[in-house]
Design a protein around this ligand. Structure first.
Ligand SMILES: Nc1ncnc2c1ncn2[C@@H]1O[C@H](COP(=O)(O)OP(=O)(O)OP(=O)(O)O)[C@@H](O)[C@H]1O
Ligand SMILES: [Mg+2]
Length: 482
């Protein structure tokens, strides 16, 4: 059954019980009041009559006249209990009436001045209300049938019942309005909950809900928003996990791909070397090829291990003041033969405030070496310079070359692992595609950043920004390979 209907029925049941109780109470009181009122009126009339019943007055004709005037039965009884006048009995009938002194109302009137009683009249055979008043001549008694009282009572009761029915109807209308007002916000809430369960919006408002229902609605809305937020977070987490899984898969594919070529070369040439008829000079050449491919694999594995160590947080930079110029000179010394081979001139441009950088020395050397090596690799007959400047709480290191540059669409990706603009050419020149990725991770481990600008045909600048003085980091392991 609908909530509104249940509320309406329950309210109506309460109202009905109340209306019936009120009607019963009023009915009872009305009955008592009417009896009391009649008794009082009869007593008043009896007193008036008592004043008229003087010595020498014919009691029976007084009773007849007063009875005709008031419409009540009037009985005049002398002090000894004999009926001396009665509006309903005359002559012989009057004389036959028995002594009334034992009648309860007469007895109490004689004793205390007034008495009343309700009983069957032996004279008329109907139930009567008797009221008796003591007078100087005896007792004046008036009576009326209870049927007459019942008629008055029935008239009054009708009014009470009409009022009861009217108030019940009015209460029904009010209860219907009340049931609607209470059930509407609750059905609204139910609709909201259903909408949420169906994945719909939770922001639907509850129509003019009062007090606790408003609070309940707010609580449900809050719950729904929380749920939505949690779902969103879960979805984001799932997306992140999927991305991670893709990264992992790509990584495994990339590593296998990178190792496959040198492995094939190594096993191929080793196979060939098994042939005893190969001339010595060819033998040396093959051995050299095997060695260089093994070294290439060694380099890939070493660089991957470096990356993993930095990424996992196992390695932390041992930050200290480092002379940039000195590190640049050492890097140039390591790269000098390659630079000479390509007729590349190596220079430094270090601003006065930037001679010292707050960095891990080994890491800084690796950063600069990777960048200078790349720059030389992509430059012929030009210059490569290491520049350092200071500002905004950081030292900016730039490796600028006058090489072929990098097309715009590749720029955002060159820091990814194994990403190469020209994979074949890079591999031929010994590149693994991990250098810039290592640079990026090292810079970030220092709390720094790295970015690249390039113009095709003019050259490239790789810019590393390291904060001037990072927080002292606990040293765990060194990046230097054993
Ligand atoms: N100075 C530069 N000028 C032009 N292209 C560059 C320069 N530096 C890097 N690149 C491009 O970015 C790619 C990624 O560089 P990265 O240093 O990561 O790899 P790599 O040089 O190929 O190999 P590795 O440095 O690991 O031996 C290079 O393959 C190259 O195509
Ligand atoms: Mg490189």
């Amino acid at each position: 059954m609908k909530l509104a209907h249940r509320l309406l029925l329950q309210s109506l049941a309460i109202v009905a019980v109340m209306v019936i109780s009120v009607v019963l109470i009023i009915d009872n009181q009305l009955h008592n009041n009417i009896t009391e009122r009649t008794t009082h009126d009869l007593a008043g009339e009896a007193r008036l009559l008592a004043l008229q019943w003087k010595p020498g007055v014919n009691a029976d004709s007084l009773a007849d006249n007063a009875g005709a005037a008031t419409g009540h039965r009037i009985t005049l009884i002398d002090g000894a209990g004999h009926v001396v006048g009665d509006s309903d009995f005359d002559g012989a009938a009057l004389l036959r009436l028995e002594n009334h002194s034992s009648r309860p109302e007469v007895a109490s009137a004689l004793a205390s001045g007034m008495g009343s009683s309700k009983r069957m009249s032996p004279s008329t055979g109907e139930e009567q209300l008797y009221v008796a008043i003591k007078s100087s001549q005896g007792v004046v008694r008036l009576s009326v049938t209870t049927k007459a009282i019942a008629r008055v009572f029935a008239g009054a009761r009708q009014g009470v019942i009409v009022a009861g029915v009217m108030s019940f109807l009015l209460a029904t209308i009010l209860a219907a309005l009340f049931a609607r007002a209470v059930s509407k916000p609750i059905t609204d809430l139910r609709d909201i909950a259903r909408s949420i369960a169906a994945g719909g919006p939770a922001t639907q408002s509850v129509s003019s809900a009062p007090g606790e229902i408003r609070e309940l609605a707010d609580a449900i809305n809050w719950l729904a928003r929380e749920l939505q937020a949690k779902l969103n977070a879960l979805e984001a987490e799932q997306t992140r996990l999927k991305r991670l899984e893709n990264v992992r898969r790509d990584f495994v594919a990339n590593v296998s791909h990178e190792l496959r070529t040198p492995l094939t070369v190594v096993s191929g040439f080793a196979e060939t070397l098994k042939d005893p008829d190969i001339p010595t000079e060819r033998r040396t050449e093959f051995a050299q090829t095997i060695l260089s491919n093994a070294q290439r694999m060694q380099r890939i594995v070493d660089e991957l291990l470096d990356l993993t160590r930095i990424e996992s947080g196992n390695w932390q930079p041992r930050q200290q003041p480092v002379d940039v110029g000195e590190v640049a000179r050492e890097v140039f010394a390591r790269a000098s033969s390659a630079a000479q081979a390509k007729r590349v001139c190596l220079t430094t441009r270090i601003a006065q405030g930037a001679t010292i950088v707050w960095a891990d020395r080994t890491a800084l050397e690796q950063i600069l070496f990777n960048l200078v090596e790349n720059a030389i690799r992509h430059t012929t007959d030009g210059s490569v310079s290491v520049e350092a400047s200071d500002g905004d709480g950081a030292t900016t290191l730039k490796v600028v070359d006058a090489g072929g540059g990098i097309a715009e669409e590749h720029l955002p990706r060159i820091f990814e692992r194994f990403y190469r603009v020209e994979p074949g050419r890079s591999r031929d020149t010994g590149g693994t595609g991990l250098g810039l990725s290592i640079v990026k991770h090292l810079a970030e481990a220092h709390g720094g950043t790295v970015c690249a600008t390039s113009v095709v045909g003019q050259g490239t600048s790789i810019i590393v920004r390291l904060p001037n003085k990072g927080p002292a980091q606990p040293v765990t392991t060194s990046l230097q390979r054993e």
